[in-house]
Design a protein around this ligand. Structure first.
Ligand code: SF4
Length: 294
């Protein structure tokens, strides 16, 4: 017998909508921040595993082939998207393939090349200072220790840890705006000071996980857990997040907030390394989601 309209309505109302990770959306309750240290560590590790499962392809999203290129690209990435930097650096590195070449650059020509990344005058000054220091103080080589890296003009702990973790294989926690925000949402730190956040988070994870943890948090912050409108209803770790509900919890509305993962093409790299597990980023015209989310 055919069902009446009201029977069908009752049936679909009784069947909860599916939420993130297949859990019924109506049953997700905000997880508590554990009161004990052991509980906090355990929850932090679960979040790590959840993010590792969600972003198995997490990686630095700046294109680079060596430490010098990553250092320069990281300086350029301030206040812009990695995609924009990746569109800018091929011409830059073709013009100045080594620190010595960059140190001898004409400031105006350099400004013109990096103009698309914004704040191009200040960035040009930083790059020239950085290149001169590499040439004069380090024989044209990028040093491989935090202590030395932070002596370079324009290089703070964040940039130094990016280079250490991704070129030298030295575990490093990179506290950028995404990492800091998510660490606070997860209850790992209450501080706004990146150095304190780094220390707080370092105490929760083994060193070997630091570099990938940094990638996972940045990936998640860029795609799902945004500053103003986190997409909680489409979040793969909603069930274990102490801040679930801070953003949109309706799965369908939350889906519309997701960024970057357009047409199944993760990431912003235009020249991924050969072992990159996914396809490269779509061309700029395809990446509306990248705007405003460095
Ligand atoms: S999107 Fe929501 S549920 Fe997911 S990590 Fe961010 S605050 Fe937590």
């Amino acid at each position: 017998m055919a069902k009446t309209g009201s029977e069908q309505a009752k049936k679909s109302a009784a069947k909860p909508k599916k939420g993130p990770a297949g859990a019924p959306a109506t049953k997700i309750r905000r997880a508590k921040v554990p009161e004990t240290r052991t509980g906090l560590v355990r929850q932090a590790r679960r979040i790590y595993r959840g993010l590792a499962e969600a972003y198995p392809y997490a990686h630095p999203e700046l294109d680079f082939e060596n430490a010098y290129q990553l250092l320069v690209a990281t300086v350029l990435s301030a206040q812009t998207t990695d995609l924009r930097v990746n569109q800018t650096t091929p011409a830059l590195f073709a013009a100045y393939p080594t620190p010595e070449d960059l140190a001898a650059a004409d400031p105006e020509a350099l400004e013109e090349l990096i103009r698309p990344t914004g704040f191009f005058r200040a960035k040009a000054r930083s790059l020239l200072g950085l290149a001169k220091s590499l040439r004069d103080d380090f024989g044209g080589e990028v040093p491989g220790t935090l202590k030395e890296l932070v002596t370079l003009p324009g290089v703070g702990r964040k940039t130094a840890n990016v280079v250490l973790g991704n070129v030298f294989g030295v575990p490093g926690i990179t506290v950028d705006t995404h990492f800091g925000r998510l660490a606070r949402r997860f209850g790992w730190s209450t501080s706004e000071d990146p150095v304190v956040v780094e220390q707080d988070v370092a105490a929760l994870f083994p060193k070997r996980d630091w570099t990938m943890l940094s990638h996972y948090l940045v990936f998640h912050g860029r795609r799902v857990c945004h500053a103003r409108k986190p997409a909680c209803g489409a979040c793969p770790i909603a069930a274990i997040c102490p801040s679930y509900g801070e953003g949109e919890t309706d799965p369908e509305k939350a889906q519309t907030l997701l960024k970057y993962e357009l047409a199944g093409k993760p990431g912003q790299r235009l020249k991924p390394p050969p072992d990159f597990p996914g396809p490269p980023a779509p061309p700029a015209a395809d990446t509306a989601g990248a705007a405003g989310a460095p």
